[in-house]
Design a protein around this ligand. Sequence first.
Ligand code: MG
Length: 224
Amino acid sequence: MIDFSKIKAVFFDMDGVLYDSMKNHETTWVECLKTAGITFPPEEAYLNEGKTGLATIAYAFEKYLGKTAGEEEKKEIYAYKTKLMADAPTAQILPGMQELLKLIQQKGMTTIVVTGSKQPTLVNKLSTDFNVPPNHIVSGADVKIGKPHPEPYLMAISKSGFNANNCLVVENAPMGIQSSKAANIYTVAVNTGILNNQVLLDAGADELFNGTLELFENWKKQLQ
Ligand code: MG
């Protein structure tokens, strides 16, 4: 059970936490990596979720072609992925999340979005959809290393101005959970994808909800 009286900031991952966008990432990863001759298993999109796009491409080259991707090659593939994402169906907001962020903000807590993504289709909507302004976003454009390294969540802690033990993280991906735990933040997993709960617990999640609605209903009781 979380003691909300000492929580001052809540950090939310974006894909698979705020937006139902992982299906689009899955199909566009498979599609863009085909151009390099890589057959990327769809599950890999979920296992590698949270990494920066360029890091995922580097990983796919190493694992499935046994070679190192060139810088230009990586940029070209990522540009193609960005185009495919822009053409993909609009990702819907996950149930309860607008209400949850509103409630948290009304309680005076800071909300920060921490994503490995640079996809403008969603990052640019965070202000309108969730009242999270650009200076409360750590995106793939801000980090050097990215998840699962603690860097992105350490940046969020610093942005918030609070200590790790006054912060909370909501994540859906194993590498996001590893990143948050490495930054010493209490981490709540929401399983909105195709991985088994155990994968998220093994990554270090402190607690787990089966979907965003279950998270909202549970926190609502404690926050109201
Ligand atoms: Mg995610």
